[in-house]
Design a protein around this ligand. Structure first.
Ligand SMILES: Nc1ncnc2c1ncn2[C@@H]1O[C@H](COP(=O)(O)OP(=O)(O)O)[C@@H](O)[C@H]1O
Ligand SMILES: [Mg+2]
Length: 386
């Protein structure tokens, strides 16, 4: 093994508007290892890796790549140092092929030889165990295929240090297993891999070492073979936690929301929800599982009355144990509320859809009550009191 570290971060600090996202963070990543970067949401993982990828520049601290101090001012600087990051949100051009996306932005001499490029893409795929069709358009690809394109894109540019930001969030279990095999093949080839995640089982399954961040601070790094889900959780949250959740039976559950064969089509006429039925009881928490993009969002928005469902779908709301149900399908959110249905919807993209980030809490709360005001003025007192 190469005795020099692939990456060494010393006392990296990065603040946003005076608040530190990373506070004097230190990190060492070796050649030929998979390092998991673990931490709760908001602990500063993405910020730290964006510094390596040339997206952010640290306020202070040192970055060493292969033993030498470097200054990374742009993603191009990062590429030139052999660092490639696969971001949580892919940056691909939909109506271009895999191969075209992979070479996008690269300087070539004279005409592009697409045949040679496709051959090289295939070769990279075979070397590490990906399956990829270089001529396939991005819009025809599954999320997992798109991710493969992103990974090959950085390998094509000669990355020897790969950073993956929550790569499994969008994958099925089988796709995750396949990705992990690819990562192990790359590691065995001497590359250095950093995988950001907050899923303990994945950390234990794929990494050689684990570095933990908590509230922007570096907690420590341990060998994965010495770690357990329990020990990692304690490092993450900073205190002993019980992973055995107590789960008492719900008391007197009564049907509250009876969803019967909800069907829904999107703008392009594709079926998004196909005959979904379930009953949610008062006094219980109902979980809906599935990977991102499988209709959960549309299902919840459909119940909230902001996503269209077919007229033969039915959503019955039972106000109390004896009451008659109210049919919610076909009603707008305002009508639903007027009927006295106490239904609240917290959208998944809270900043994009639920709140206006540039307004304060009072103003955000008033967004829903603006119709109640008289003479075009609204009363700020009741929302303030809350
Ligand atoms: N561009 C930004 N502007 C302002 N605050 C940010 C920005 N990026 C991240 N933060 C803040 O920095 C902290 C760390 O965020 P992040 O690095 O995304 O955490 P993680 O990836 O571990 O979930 C959070 O409090 C987040 O709100
Ligand atoms: Mg993140």
């Amino acid at each position: 093994m190469n005795p020099v570290n692939a990456i060494e971060l010393i006392d990296i600090t990065k603040t946003f508007g005076g608040i530190p996202a990373n506070n004097k963070v230190c990190l060492q990543v070796r050649w030929g290892e998979i390092l998991a970067l673990l931490g709760e949401n908001g602990s500063g993982k993405t910020t730290l890796m964006n510094i390596l990828a040339g997206i952010y520049f640290p306020d202070s601290g040192k970055v060493l790549v292969n033993g030498s101090e470097v200054t990374i001012l742009s993603p191009k600087d990062a590429y030139d140092l052999g660092i490639g990051m696969i971001h949580q949100h892919f940056k691909l051009v939909d109506n271009m092929t895999a191969a075209e996306n992979i070479i996008l932005g690269l300087k070539g001499k004279g005409r592009l030889d697409m045949k040679a490029i496709s051959a090289k893409v295939r070769e990279i795929g075979e070397k590490y165990g990906f399956s990829i069709n270089p001529d396939k358009k991005i819009y025809d690809m599954s999320v997992s295929e798109k991710q493969t394109v992103e990974i090959i894109k950085v390998l094509y540019r000669g990355a020897r240090i790969l950073i993956l930001d929550e790569p499994t969030a969008v994958l099925t279990t089988q796709e995750t297993d396949r990705l992990f095999q690819v990562l192990k093949n790359m590691r065995d080839d001497g590359k250095s891999i950093i995988i950001i995640t907050h899923k303990l089982q994945e950390v234990l399954a794929v990494s050689d070492r684990v570095a933990v961040l908590r509230k922007g601070e570096y907690v420590g790094t341990v060998d994965t073979r010495d770690a357990t889900a329990q020990s990692l959780t304690e490092m993450m949250v900073g205190r002993a936690v019980s992973l055995n959740i107590e789960r008492p039976e719900p008391v007197n559950p009564v049907p509250r929301l009876v969803v019967k064969s909800i069907t829904s089509y999107n703008d392009e006429g594709y079926k998004i929800l196909d005959n979904v039925s379930f009953t949610a009881y008062g006094g219980e928490i109902l979980g809906i599982a599935g990977i991102s993009g499988c209709g959960q969002k549309e299902l919840l928005e459909g119940i909230a009355g902001i996503y269209p469902v077919t007229p033969d779908s039915s959503i019955e709301y039972y106000p109390d144990d004896s009451g008659k149900p109210t049919e919610l399908v076909g009603k707008r959110p305002m009508q639903i509320r007027k009927l006295g249905v106490a239904l609240s919807f917290v959208p998944e993209d809270r900043l994009g859809m639920g709140l206006v980030g540039s307004m304060d809490i009072t103003d955000n709360m008033m967004l829903r009550s603006y119709l109640k005001g008289k003479l075009g003025f609204t009363d700020r007192k009741p929302p303030r009191k809350l």
